[in-house]
Design a protein around this ligand. Structure first.
Ligand SMILES: [Zn+2]
Length: 135
């Protein structure tokens, strides 16, 4: 895959969740019925890709060559309600905090485009945002 097609593929990526047409509940993962009302009248809804870190852990043991340590596995609470497990990247692990605003960024890993999360632009990584500022 060329660099240009990589860029096009990444630009086309977005998050989707299931949405119940009966009660409006937005959820992940997709399933055959709504976990709130059991309706099978479901559709898809595009998500903003914005959320915050609900909880996280730092892995210091490498299990896969595409995931050098240390790396952060986090439960991200998406703005629309669903929560998903992903990784926080482009931020030192020691700077990740519960409640930190993040946004999705698709990155190639293990021959796929994975939805990873980076600090949101308006809430940049604390280690970067406060560099050079007096505490
Ligand atoms: Zn429902």
């Amino acid at each position: 895959m060329s660099r240009e097609s990589d860029t096009r593929a990444a630009a086309a990526r977005h998050l989707e969740a299931a949405q119940c047409h009966a009660c409006g509940h937005v959820f992940l993962p997709f399933g055959p019925v709504c976990p709130r009302c059991w309706s099978d009248r479901l559709g898809k809804r595009a998500l903003t890709g914005l959320g915050e870190v609900a909880t996280f852990t730092v892995y210091r043991q490498q299990y896969h060559p595409d995931f050098p340590t240390p790396y952060v596995i986090a439960l991200v609470a998406l703005r629309e309600g669903p929560r998903m497990i992903s990784s926080i990247v482009d931020c030192p692990p020691e700077a990740v905090r519960v409640g930190m605003a993040v946004r999705v960024r698709f990155k190639p890993r293990c021959e796929r485009w994975l939805p990873l999360f980076v600090p949101a632009a308006d809430a940049a990584c604390p280690a970067t945002a406060h560099r050079g500022l007096k505490e």
